[in-house]
Design a protein around this ligand. Structure first.
Ligand SMILES: [Zn+2]
Length: 482
């Protein structure tokens, strides 16, 4: 939440509770604002997690973090810090789960995994509601595919064993499903299936209007889920290896492009080459220790330059983050017409597939989400070729790409579905390969403008529409409506 959204939330949802009745008598009206309130002898603070320092200086006993999967990790660290002198130190984290093994889903896996379950009054089976097993179609005429409406009474909740109707108002309780030795943190899983005011037909209607399966699974069913077409798998590299060794010279590659991601600990370099036949190969993957201490000043940069010289790249695209003056130094060495500092727009995607090169400033501006999606789909389609031997660098490359998560989220302000990119861990080789591909695309564009071998290069075009395709919900596939 941004600060403004936080204040709107307090105005619309919290303040009305203190305007009349019992709670109105508890609040100190001389200390009642949109970011803090005094209630009896306690104080409640409302803070946005979009900035890491927003709780600095506060001394708190109880911390409640909403939308945990979307907060900056540094915001959590500094919020935890503000509880260090409290004898209570209570933390509650809330979130719609996103990807498996990430954020709230990871914490839940480590917890005692409490589930909201029901005991069937007819047969006695204790069950957590399952979207496939507990919802039954009783009136096939109640579904309006075109209007995307599902009439009340079309679907009902039933017991997954005996098939009799299940009343969710009663019979529900928390079941501890992973007690461990008893010392685990408490984790609670509940979804809209458990909301008694939302009927089975209403849930099905939500499925009909969900933009895709991942969105429906995360936001309506409260389950982590990754869209297979937007997730990277080991196979996307392993099955696209050619019978060739890793090289450390340019050889007779027609075009060579290098991408560099600067890091706190390591810099990552990816070199791509295009053969005269138009095939794009990964030539080099390398990471360099970042130089520490005055005696090693710019040693890392010298090593990178030595490595780059082996390939004599036609273009080099280093990102401008963390780079200090390294991009300028690379430009002095290789020339401004070769080295383009990359400005990465990451906050909100505008869906722009064009990398905007500025020849005057020797910079290129890219939309992070779109370029990642394009590179990912190039690899999935087999348009990027890898060398045979699966060495440590290639393993790390795969690992970094598997940390990239492309998903559909709900925009906090408009509540419309939006595509976002996040990472489950380090993604340096993924980002440096994106920069290398951005450079390669420019070289190919230049070739195309010169009308050389147009047939080769059209095959390398990335179709963003096809890339941003998504897995339909099960109901949508059933009725073939996506
Ligand atoms: Zn039953």
């Amino acid at each position: 939440m941004t600060n403004k959204q936080m204040k709107d939330f307090v105005k619309a949802r919290v303040n009305p509770e203190f305007q009349s009745g019992y709670y109105a008598g508890l609040i100190d009206k001389y200390n009642d604002s949109l970011d803090q309130k005094s209630i009896r002898n306690s104080r409640i603070y409302f803070r946005s997690s979009s900035k890491s320092g927003s709780v600095e200086g506060l001394n708190i006993s109880f911390l409640s973090i909403d939308e945990y999967d979307h907060i900056a990790p540094t915001a959590e660290v500094s919020a935890m810090e503000s509880m260090s002198s409290s004898k209570y130190g209570l933390v509650r984290r809330w979130s719609t789960p996103t990807a498996d093994g990430y954020g709230i889903s990871k914490l839940y896996d480590q917890s005692d995994q409490r589930k909201w379950v029901y005991r069937c009054p007819h047969c006695g089976l204790v069950q957590q509601l399952d979207y496939q097993k507990n919802i039954k179609l009783v009136n096939p005429d109640g579904i309006d595919i075109i209007g995307k409406k599902v009439r009340e009474g079309t679907y009902i909740y039933v017991c997954q064993k005996c098939g009799k109707e299940l009343d969710r108002w009663y019979n529900g309780f928390w079941d501890i499903t992973a007690p461990g030795d008893g010392g685990r943190i408490h984790g609670y899983s509940i979804s809209q299936l458990d909301a008694v005011w939302i009927s089975a037909s209403a849930i099905k209607e939500k499925e009909l209007s969900s933009p895709n399966k991942q969105f429906f699974m995360n936001y309506t069913l409260g389950r982590s889920y990754e869209d297979t077409s937007n997730s990277f798998y080991e196979e996307d590299v392993l099955s696209h290896r050619d019978d060739r060794p890793r090289v450390n010279t340019r050889g007779d590659y027609r075009l060579v492009s290098a991408g560099i991601d600067w890091g706190q600990n390591y810099h990552h370099l990816v070199v791509l080459g295009m053969t005269t036949g138009g095939r794009v190969d990964v030539l080099d993957l390398k990471r360099f220790n970042r130089s520490q201490g005055v005696e090693h000043i710019e040693e890392d940069l010298r090593n990178i330059i030595l490595e780059l010289e082996k390939y004599r790249p036609n273009i080099i695209v280093p990102d401008l983050g963390f780079s200090g003056n390294y991009v300028t130094l690379l430009q002095q060495h290789f020339g401004k017409q070769v080295v383009y500092g990359c400005v990465v727009k990451s906050a909100k995607s505008n869906g722009d597939p064009v990398a905007h090169f500025n020849e005057t400033s020797s910079q290129v501006t890219i939309d992070k989400l779109t370029q990642n999606v394009m590179m990912m789909s190039d690899m999935k389609r087999g348009d990027i070729h890898f060398y045979k031997n699966v060495d440590q660098d290639l393993k790390l490359f795969i690992n970094h790409w598997m940390n990239v998560v492309i998903r559909t989220d709900e925009d906090e302000t408009t509540h419309q579905p939006i595509k976002t990119i996040m990472r489950k861990g380090d993604d340096h080789f993924a980002q440096s390969s994106v920069y290398a591909k951005v450079g390669m695309n420019k070289l190919i564009d230049v070739l195309r403008e010169e009308r050389e071998t147009p047939s080769i290069v059209t095959a390398l075009d990335s179709d963003v529409g096809a890339v941003l395709n998504q897995e339909p919900t099960d109901l949508a596939s059933e009725f073939d409506i996506m």
